[in-house]
Ligand binder design. Sequence first.
Ligand code: IMP
Ligand code: MG
Length: 193
Amino acid sequence: MAQASSSSPVGLVLEPDAIRSRVAELGARITRDYAGRAPILVGVLKGSVMFLADLVRRIDLPVGVDFMAITSYGEGGHSGVVRIVKDLSSSIEDEDVILVEDIIDTGLTVTYLLSNLHARKPRSLEVCALLDKSVRRIIEVPIKYKGFDIPDEFVIGYGLDHQNRYRNLRSIIGVKDLDALAEDADALVAPYA
Ligand code: IMP
Ligand code: MG
């Protein structure tokens, strides 16, 4: 993973090629692991949309796709108190389910989602997360399929947002200083659009 100079407000950078090849590897692993089965990939809106869209095209199985949308309450959305604002459109009972997340930070959100999905009696339930900010973990999460370990930086792009912006950046960039984003967001992100 590339790193901008230390004076820059930009930290880690994951460029489209790096994301693409890692997503292909994850898709190949899922294809092998679920051979003969038809897993349902459940994307968590909105951050996982780009990842899920690229991932399913790297899985050579008859996959199903469904979505949930949630809102988090509390400080910075990290209270772990989650409300489902859009539920799955079909039952997952007896299905092989893969929960697809953009990023696992404290782990509270995915823990809530796993217990919610588990109660619906899927045949199996695994987590696939593009990014793992494990230094921030409050509760341990079993991540079967992981894209990248990242340091404690706020990341935007490739689905990840800051105040619902920057999801359309083709790279993922770490912002060490959110004030810099507020001051001149366009200058900061222009090289990564
Ligand atoms: P957790 O409950 O702390 O694991 O938070 C997970 C959710 O917080 C993710 O699904 C994201 O929506 C959001 N999130 C956490 N870290 C970041 C980040 O660095 N950039 C953008 N969103 C983030
Ligand atoms: Mg999210």
